[in-house]
Structures are given as structure tokens and as C-alpha cells.
Design a protein around this ligand. Structure first.
Ligand code: CUA
Length: 328
């Protein structure tokens, strides 16, 4: 008997520890959390979430309290008029008013479609299997990057969201709501970041075997930082060489401005080494990871469209990796 109560206590403690851990894990990733808002829309959504959660908890407590009172049967309502009123107010008037208020708050959060004021900047977002092509407005024309979106704080960015293959969904939880990328049409989404920082965006629509490996970094700069980043990004590649990269045919799919300018199927690698990760925020940029990636991209990312290069001589692969690591 004693042993069974001790084991019950142990499993209760374990459950508590697990719940605590779940909260800790949920709380320590503000980079990708709609509950740590860093944008205007996300702030409104988080506010609605807390209003609904706290409101639902209060209603739940009242209903549970009334149920317990009814089960215990200690309070007997003798006045029939009072009982009728209680049912009418608690069962009809209160839910009607509460749901109507929630509807009004919800409708007020919808985007203002009649707003035809131009946005402060535009970014074209092309969701591909399984990575993100971002085209920023550079000082001398469009600037393409991959899996890393840069935005200035406090400005309204309008995203033109497209997809060349299947339906994906563009979502930066810390900045606002999500919107689908649908082949054959362009969807528009406006977001205004309110806090500088680094956030994480994801694909929120199942799009194939590496759907969960299709993320991106979002860097929100102050105004000067954004202008500096654009100016740096507009520069051609700094690395010299690249002979092995060209000889292996990498230039058929990848552009490295100033070295090989034709490839458009895969990510633009002009400033590859300045990014925070590669393979759509799946792997840190290290020589080992790059060597393994070139040898067999599908090992890290099933369904990736980049072909494997298992027969590439080791010296060539090492030279290509060294070249990529110089592309700051
Ligand atoms: Cu792209 Cu899921």
C-alpha cells in the first residue's frame, strides 16, 4: 500500500516536472513564438489570445463552480423568478454578449483591404521545395537572397508571395499571421516589425517530405543597419577563384554575382557565408556540413532538388567548400 502511494507520488512529480519542462521549452524560444510578438499584427493577435484564454478560464471557473454547487445541493433556490432570471442571464444573455464582443474584436483585427497607401518597401517571396527565395529592393535593382529575410524596424513591408511548385505557407509567428503561397497567383501580406532582432519564419502548409525543414531567418534592423545590409548585399562576391565551383557545374543552378551569373534554379550564393545557416535554416554553415551536403543533399533534406555529387573528387569538393566559406 505504502509502495503504491509512493509510486503515485513519484509519477505525480514526474508529470509536474514534464509540464514544467514543456513550459520552459515553450518559453525559451521567443524567436519563433506568436506569444513573444515583435510586430504590429503579432501584438494584436497575442492580445486577442490572452483576452480569449483569460476569458475562457473565468467562464470555465464559473461553470465548474455552479456545477459543484448544483451537485452538492447545499444551496436550494426557492424563488422561481430568480432561477428563471439566472438561466436567462447566465445561459442566454451572457454568452450572446460575450460572443458578440469577441466577434467585434476579431473583425477589428482583419486587414484593412480598402487601404491603398503604398507600403514602405516590397519584398517578393517565392516559396520553393524546400527553401525561400527573397527578392529585396536594392539600391540598384532587385537583390535576391535565400532563406534570410531582412527588414527595417517600424516600416510597413509588403510581401508578394508566390510559389513555382506546390502550395506553401509563409509565416513569421513573431511578426504576424500567415498567408499561403499558391502556384499561379500572387498573394499580398503586409507586416510592420516593431522590435529589432532575429526571428524565425517557417512554412506552415505541408508541401512535401522536407516541409518541416523549410525555415528562414528574419533579421529586423534599425534604419541605418538595413541600409548598410542592402549596400553590402548589392556588392558582387568578394571571393576570388571558384574554378572548381564552375567546373562542377554548380553555376547552372546557382548565381554568385561577379563569378558566375546565370543559374536561377537554386539559391543565389553571392554572400552565402554571411548568412546564419544554410539548407533553409536546417544546418549551421561549417566545412563538414557543406561537404556532406554537396555529397548527398537528400541525406539532410529528403526530397531536396539539388542533385548529389558523390563522385566529385575530394580535393574539388574541399575547394568548392573553401570558396563558399569565403563568400561573405
Ligand atoms: Cu513549404 Cu511546407
Amino acid at each position: 500500500m505504502a509502495r503504491s502511494s509512493a509510486s503515485t507520488l513519484l509519477s505525480f512529480r514526474r508529470t509536474l516536472a514534464l509540464i514544467g519542462l514543456a513550459f520552459a521549452v515553450a518559453g525559451c524560444s521567443p524567436q519563433q513564438s506568436a506569444l513573444h510578438p515583435a510586430g504590429e499584427d503579432a501584438e494584436a493577435l497575442a492580445r486577442l489570445f490572452w483576452i480569449m484564454t483569460i476569458g475562457a478560464a473565468v467562464v470555465w471557473l464559473i461553470v465548474m463552480g455552479a456545477t459543484i454547487v448544483a451537485i452538492l445541493g447545499r444551496i436550494q433556490i426557492k424563488d422561481e423568478r430568480f432561477a428563471d432570471r439566472l438561466v436567462l442571464i447566465g445561459g442566454a444573455a451572457f454568452p450572446t454578449v460575450t460572443l458578440a464582443l469577441l466577434l467585434i474584436v476579431g473583425l477589428s483585427l482583419l486587414p484593412d483591404w480598402s487601404n491603398d497607401e503604398p507600403a514602405d518597401l516590397r519584398v517578393r517571396v517565392s516559396a520553393e521545395q524546400f527553401w525561400w527565395r527573397f527578392t529585396h529592393e536594392g539600391p540598384d535593382g532587385p537583390l535576391e537572397t535565400a532563406n534570410e529575410l531582412h527588414l527595417p524596424v517600424g516600416q510597413v513591408a509588403e510581401f508578394e508571395i508566390v510559389s513555382p511548385d506546390v502550395i506553401h505557407s509563409f509565416w513569421i509567428p513573431a511578426l504576424g499571421g500567415k498567408l499561403d503561397a499558391i502556384p499561379g497567383r500572387t498573394n499580398y501580406l503586409r507586416l510592420r516589425p516593431t522590435k529589432p532582432g532575429i526571428y524565425r519564419g517557417v512554412c506552415a502548409e505541408f508541401c512535401g517530405p522536407s516541409h518541416a525543414l523549410m525555415a528562414f531567418q528574419v533579421v529586423v534592423h534599425d534604419a541605418d543597419g538595413y541600409a548598410e545590409w542592402l549596400a553590402q548585399e548589392a556588392q558582387p562576391a568578394r571571393a576570388g577563384g571558384g574554378a572548381e565551383f564552375i567546373a562542377a557545374g554548380c553555376g547552372a543552378c546557382h548565381t554568385v554575382r561577379g563569378v558566375v551569373d546565370a543559374g536561377a534554379a537554386g539559391p543565389d550564393l553571392t554572400h552565402f557565408a554571411a548568412r546564419r545557416s544554410f539548407a533553409a535554416d536546417t544546418l549551421p554553415i561549417t566545412a563538414d556540413n557543406l561537404e556532406r551536403w554537396i555529397e548527398a543533399p537528400a541525406h539532410a533534406k529528403p526530397g531536396a532538388q539539388m542533385p548529389p555529387f558523390p563522385l566529385l573528387p575530394e580535393a574539388d569538393r574541399a575547394a568548392i567548400v573553401a570558396f563558399l566559406l569565403e563568400l561573405t
